[in-house]
Design a protein around this ligand. Structure first.
Ligand SMILES: [Zn+2]
Length: 93
């Protein structure tokens, strides 16, 4: 392997340790729930999910799970604060 390639692999390893460098703009996920598969869409901070809970609340276990998994990779475009945080604050009142 040439030295340039070795250098790129090393850089990739360093980048992989810094997910905050990567900011998702949009993506589509087939989310395998316990009962059925739901399609979740993220587009510049706006979430969509095909499940019935999302239709009434605007968030759901599927979007919250993706926020947990992707974490810092969503912060630049994620306009919504974590719904869980709202729930925690509401229950503390
Ligand atoms: Zn959902």
């Amino acid at each position: 392997m040439d030295s340039a390639m070795i250098g790129k692999i090393q850089k990739a390893k360093e980048y992989a340790e810094q997910p905050e460098r990567m900011q998702f703009v949009s993506f589509k996920v087939d989310f395998e729930g316990e009962n059925s598969t739901h399609q979740v869409i993220f587009n510049e901070g706006n979430w969509e999910c095909g499940c019935s809970f999302f239709k009434s609340r605007g968030f759901c276990s599927h979007t919250m799970a993706l926020q947990r998994v992707l974490g810092k990779m969503l912060t630049a475009h994620n306009k919504e604060e974590m719904p869980e945080q709202k729930v925690v604050e509401a229950s503390a009142e």
